[in-house]
Design a protein. Structure first.
Lengths: 313, 276
């Protein structure tokens, strides 16, 4: 009866708005739409978070429409015009030591950045969340075993461990992503475990146990939603570090391979000219800075949006 | 509101039905917490019998182990020995889904017993999905209606509900699996007085409608007098006396502790209600 499609005769903007902000939704779909709309309004009202959202959105659009935005091929060399200053000869952000247009390389490099950030942001936190919540919820020897594993991973310097993984897997951007993911999960496990310990004995967990729910059902359906906001905040704060770790691996010759226009590798290449030709290193540095800032602003806003208490009060 | 037509504290002793089979029987129950030298025995040799369709109250002061008995019965506490029989068959320490459809529990604090990120709809439909029920939408709406909440509440989050409304949702959740026995762990003590009466009347109505057996833990003797037909008094983890509600009302308990408890409670009630 209530699964029937919600009334679709929304005549005008005002009607749609009332429908979207109804406090007594008529169906699950309607409830979700209302929740989504409320979240969107919350994001829109939070100007800084919205700025972060716009930055990330433009990064995504930049990656999608790279061929349209770039003025030249990213790897097209023109040695006659090497180290051209920004704004000269139509090179918006100047050229690097091989005469390649830095703007075009940044535009194409956004694809690599997005790939790294996207894959790491979806693998490491999910794995850390799984390990941490299972350890926290089950307790006992499972907790001991998993947390000692986390300790071992945390005891290694991140970059060294990533180096070891890349050495084992072979150089390249894919290996760098896997290596970063493998080294980034332990802090998430720690956070998730701490959160789980505070909620595992709550009455609402007892209630679902009494209904005969299995351990994984409880962990994923009931514990995860409460751990997510702190994890998301941590992920966005880590984004800058993840981009820089990838850059560090590129610098050591173990991440992105030349001539790939990876932002970190571009900074490394520009290091040699930093005193005379500052733009070679500064432009990709600015790109990393803006994207990291965008993630941080968005992350802060997301924490508020994901908490229904704040988004609908 | 259901039951609002019946007077708030009108006393209705529902005499246990003619079939005197014990629906729930606890024999020599011991519950322990901790291990080694820190081991603490919270419940000592508790034996009680709850009749089919009856309403059994367990009273006692804080820390007397009354809630622990309920938690052992429903399987939330696993460190117990003794015997718990349901319909004559002993239950094991590990409980399964079949057990979940026999016994459900309503918790004390409605502010802590609903998941803060789940809508009422999710809270109520989850047990149905877990147990593969059909007509989930219909059942959720009927359950909301049963506990006196309308369909408007269906997609609300707990923070959008008052304490009484939350407890109604918690009651509806406990009834979703159509259990035969409902364990009530001080279900009204976190609510203010007027809402308490509403919830107690709701329990009374639901018991008639769904033919439920109640085991209720409380420290409020007025609630017990209103709800229960048999009462066990607990002190320091032991049952000191089992009596029927008439004995309690006429203040003719056998043990000194129970007399003291009754006297204390009456003094409190007199002081509290006397000048209103």
């Amino acid at each position: 009866m209530t699964t029937a499609p919600v009334k679709s005769n929304v005549p005008d903007r005002a009607g749609l708005k009332a429908w979207l902000s109804s406090d007594a939704p008529k169906s699950r779909g309607h409830a979700r739409a209302v929740q989504f709309y409320m979240g969107w309004m919350k994001l829109y009202e939070n100007k800084l978070a919205f700025l972060g959202f716009l930055i990330i959105l433009s990064l995504v659009l930049m990656a999608i429409f790279a061929p349209l935005l770039a003025t030249t091929e990213p790897n097209a060399q023109d040695l006659a015009k090497r180290l051209t200053a920004p704004g000269v000869d139509g090179h918006l952000l100047g050229t690097d030591e091989l005469g390649r247009d830095i703007w075009s390389r940044l535009v194409y490099g956004s694809r690599i950045t997005l790939l790294i950030v996207g894959i790491v942001a979806f693998t490491a936190p999910v794995f850390g969340l799984l390990i941490g919540t299972v350890a926290g919820y089950l307790g006992g020897w499972v907790d001991q075993a998993l947390m000692r594993l986390v300790d071992i991973f945390l005891a290694f310097p991140k970059l060294i461990l990533a180096l070891a993984f890349v050495a084992a897997l072979g150089a390249g951007i894919e290996s760098a992503i896997i290596a970063i993911s493998l080294t980034a999960w332990p802090p998430y496990a720690r956070i998730a475990r701490a959160e789980t310990l505070t909620i595992r004995n709550a009455d609402y967990i007892s209630a679902v146990r009494l209904q005969g729910a299995g351990v994984m059902h409880i962990i994923i359906g009931h514990v995860w939603p409460l751990c997510l906001s702190s994890i998301i905040v941590r992920v966005t704060l880590d984004m800058a570090g993840i981009i820089l770790t990838a850059a560090g691996l590129g610098f050591l010759g173990l991440g992105a391979q030349p001539p790939e226009p990876e932002w970190g590798a571009m900074i490394s290449a520009g290091r040699k000219f930093i005193l005379d030709h500052w733009w070679v290193a500064a432009m990709p540095g600015m790109a990393i800075f803006i994207v990291s800032l965008g993630f941080n602003l968005l992350g802060d806003g997301l924490r508020d949006i994901l908490d229904p208490k704040k988004s609908q009060s | 509101m259901p039951g609002s037509d019946s007077a708030v504290m009108e006393r209705k002793p529902w005499v246990a039905e003619a079939t005197k089979d014990a629906r729930l029987e606890i024999k020599d129950l011991n519950v322990y917490f901790g291990e080694g030298p820190d081991r603490f025995q919270a419940v000592k040799n508790v034996s009680v019998k709850v009749q089919q369709g009856g309403s059994f109250g367990i009273v006692g002061e804080s820390g007397s182990g009354k809630s622990t008995v309920l938690r052992a019965v429903c399987g939330l506490v696993e460190s117990w020995d003794g015997e718990i029989d349901i319909d004559g068959a002993p239950v094991s320490h590990k409980r399964d889904k079949v057990f979940a459809r026999k016994i459900q529990m309503v918790f004390q604090d409605p502010y802590a017993s609903l998941h803060p990120r789940h809508t009422v709809d999710r809270v109520l439909s989850e047990p149905l999905k877990l147990h593969g029920f059909d007509d989930i939408d219909g059942r959720v709406l009927r359950a909301l209606d049963d506990v006196g909440l309308g369909a408007d509440f269906r997609f609300r989050y707990p923070h959008q509900l008052s304490g009484g409304q939350r407890q109604r949702v918690a009651v509806a959740r406990a009834l979703m699996l159509e259990p035969e026995i409902l364990l009530l762990d001080e279900p009204t003590s976190a609510l203010d007085v007027s809402v308490q009466a509403e919830i107690l009347n709701l329990f009374a109505d639901l018991r008639k409608e769904h033919n439920l057996t109640y085991v209720m833990v409380t420290h409020d003797l007025a609630v017990v007098a209103h709800m229960c037909d048999e009462i066990a008094v607990m002190q320091h983890g032991e049952v000191v006396e089992v009596m029927d509600v008439e004995a309690m009302r006429s203040s003719t308990p056998e043990t000194a502790y129970t007399q003291e408890l009754l006297k204390a409670s009456m003094g409190y009630d007199a002081e509290f209600f006397g000048d209103s």
